[in-house]
Design a binder for this molecule. Structure first.
Ligand code: MSP
Length: 658
């Protein structure tokens, strides 16, 4: 087909905030988009796959200031620096056709024109904004949108803010946007529609504040100095500026717009399914065909966040298990529309079961047998059997089942179809028992050749359909089974018999070696634990008591200096130490204290400590404890620390502390 006649397909990821290193959750969305783009290219479409970075806003400005660099230097480092965003996409084999940065000159120029156009047509007007502002999310919220007084998106504190600002008449577009969501398949999965309509549109869509004066790291409103364009207006427009809308840099707008699908995480569906179509309606431009709101990868049920120390580093996993294994895991394990709970066990099991056992074994057994029984090249003559029919029919129709799922963005289901065929092929090996046939080559040679050919054909078809998911590994498999370019096409994935009858295989290294699960999990857990500790505050002390205590009540507590005459560990207890103390009364006082984890008894003999002596006696492990030793407690990197209060040895036993 000529280039001009090819069906166009335009797909985007959100543009990422370069405020921190990206984690596995961000990688998930980009890998899904990449798989879709590769699939569409495979089917013959002319694909435009866009990703990029969303570089303006108060959060970046503040982070740059804290780091002592300019905002531009700050974002340049996260986008282009070592192990930055560009490096990550290269590592993950992301095949984007274009990469936009919202600090690119051409984008800035377009944003100013877009803002002015909406101002000129009366959809943007000047007013004053009063509201609750969440700085990390760069979002203003109304009182009614807050959850427990906090930001509904991230749960953090919001603060009152008021400023002169421009507003976009979002309210004017409430009904057309409602219609778009409820009467078309614009927003997917369908389950996200109710959420948008019930939570945002029906309670009343208010006009949107679209400029800021409280910070300067943004696109300046060129006709009103001091205002910068609201970061979401700036960011959403990337999908058209990157094609050359209102700029000279590119000229693909007519060719690719409207977009076929914006893949976005569920928390930003609101911006893409309400604000973005309203902006386009105001500009008089066509609307994207679909927005797909995918679920989150979560850890132990909660969102990954740097401050919790539970973000999973894609570099670490890719280095340990390989890029393709990681790409595959992300799309094979979780349904795209729902949240998925990440765990190391799940990752390793998926690699071991699907890739090493099912696919890896099929490829290595098949190529090994062709080498062993035929010296690597199959003979022309073959003998079919009835047993082959179910395998051939399952594999010849696989492409259609796979396509149906891919068109719905159901990656997990598409892969399930492929793996059913891989499992079926492994079963075919057991059914045909090639090792038995090989015992008598004269009688069974032609039959054995047919069995081997069928297995190679199964591998070829499955590998073609796995290309969008594990592209580099598929190339290796194609080389091993001797599949030439023509045998790897989308058209031929639905046609049985495309490998030459006298194909030559080249058995190579195992494409997916089996992982020692216990060892790998232990290593990963140690790394992740260290990572968690690294983000914990160095020293953490108990919050101060809010309730006050009156002086008389306080004075009732009798604190005394006590000298340690003897100290020993309590038998059968890991924690308790037994102290024999001189409290100045002439009668020894016994106190038990659960501090063995922090002290050995011999360290304490002779020390002068502080005890509260008028607590009622308590029995612990059958022994009486008359009072309590006072300690200072805090945490360091999450670990409990305790120091007994030791005072000057010049203080006599029994001296009252007041
Ligand atoms: N800059 C905005 C998007 C503007 S698009 C015009 C933004 N950036 S982000 O870096 O915070 O997030 C980018 C994408 O990553 C979002 O779609 C978000 O949902 C996704 N993810 C971030 N963490 C995620 C998971 N843990 N799991 C899956 N996706 C997640 O939002």
């Amino acid at each position: 087909m000529c280039e001009k006649c090819k069906e166009k397909f335009y797909i985007t990821t959100p543009i990422y905030y370069p405020s921190d290193k990206l984690h596995i959750g961000h990688t998930y969305c980009t890998v899904a988009t990449d798989a879709m783009a590769r699939y569409k290219r495979l089917t013959g479409c002319d694909v435009m796959f866009l990703t990029g970075t969303d570089e303006h806003g108060q959060k970046i400005e503040e982070k740059a200031k804290a780091a002592g660099v300019t905002p531009q230097q700050f974002v340049d480092n996260i986008v282009c620096g070592e192990k930055g965003i560009l490096d990550l996409w290269k590592l993950m084999n992301i095949s984007n056709d274009r990469f936009i940065r919202t600090t690119d000159d051409y984008h800035v120029e377009s944003i100013q024109k877009i803002f002015k156009k909406m101002y000129d047509n009366g959809d943007i007007y000047k007013g004053a904004y009063k509201g609750k502002y969440c700085t990390p999310c760069e979002s203003f919220w109304t009182e009614s949108q807050l959850v427990d007084g906090k930001c509904p998106d991230c749960g953090r504190e919001v603060h009152d803010a008021e400023e002169e600002a421009y507003f976009f008449r979002l309210s004017k577009y409430a009904q057309p946007v409602r219609k778009l969501l409820t009467e078309t398949d614009f927003l997917q999965p369908k389950s996200r529609v109710n959420e948008m309509v019930n939570n945002f549109i029906d309670p009343g869509l208010e006009d949107l504040c679209v400029s800021r004066t409280s910070f300067s790291w943004g696109v300046p409103v060129d006709f009103d100095p001091g205002h910068v364009v609201y970061v979401w207006v700036d960011a959403l427009s990337n999908y058209i500026t990157a094609l050359g809308f209102m700029n000279e840099k590119y000229s693909d707008y007519e060719k690719y717009w409207p977009c076929d699908v914006h893949f976005v995480g569920k928390e930003i569906v609101r911006f893409h399914s309400i604000i973005w179509p309203a902006m386009l309606m105001s500009l008089g431009e066509p609307l994207p065909k679909h927005v797909y709101g995918h679920g989150w990868l979560v850890m132990d049920g909660g969102k990954m966040s740097k401050s919790k120390g539970n973000v999973v580093d894609p570099y670490l996993l890719a280095e340990k298990f390989g890029v393709d294994a990681l790409r595959f895991f992300l799309l094979r394990t979780f349904p795209f529309g729902s949240d998925g709970n990440f765990s190391n066990e799940l990752l390793i099991n998926t690699i071991n079961i699907d890739l090493a056992n099912d696919l890896g074994n099929l490829v290595s057994r098949t190529t090994a047998m062709v080498e062993k029984y035929f010296g690597g090249t199959l003979p022309e003559e073959k003998q079919a059997a009835e047993l082959d029919e179910s395998l051939i029919s399952m594999l010849s129709t696989l492409r259609d089942r796979y396509e149906a799922e891919m068109e719905k963005f159901q990656f997990q289901n598409a892969l399930e179809e492929v793996f059913k065929c891989i499992q079926r092929s492994n079963k075919y090996i057991d059914e045909t028992a090639p090792w038995t046939l090989a015992k008598d080559m004269e009688a069974n040679g032609k039959r054995l050749a047919a069995v081997m050919y069928n297995l190679l054909e199964s591998v070829r078809i499955c590998t073609t359909l796995l290309l969008p998911f594990i592209p580099a590994s598929c190339e290796k498999i194609f080389a091993q089974i001797g599949a030439c370019e023509d045998a790897r096409t989308w058209e031929n994935a639905a046609v049985w018999g495309k490998l030459p009858q006298t194909v030559t295989v080249h058995k190579g290294e195992a494409v997916f070696p089996r992982i020692d699960a216990a060892k790998a999990i232990e290593e990963l857990e140690a790394i992740m634990e260290a990572q968690k500790k690294a983000v914990l505050p160095a020293v953490e002390v108990e919050p101060f008591a809010e309730e006050s205590v009156d002086f008389d009540t306080f004075c009732k507590s009798d604190f005394r200096a006590v000298k340690v005459k003897a100290c020993e560990a309590v038998k059968k207890s890991d924690k308790l130490l037994k102290f024999t103390l001189d409290d100045g009364t002439g009668v020894d006082r016994q106190i038990l204290s659960g501090i063995h984890k922090f002290y050995e008894p011999e360290q304490l003999v002779g020390k002068t400590l502080v005890a509260i002596v008028n607590l009622p006696p308590r029995k612990m492990m059958g022994q009486e404890s008359c009072g309590m030793l006072i300690s200072a407690v805090h945490k360091e990197k999450g670990e409990e620390k305790l120091h007994l209060l030791m005072v000057d040895d010049a203080i006599p036993a029994g001296a009252k502390m007041c």
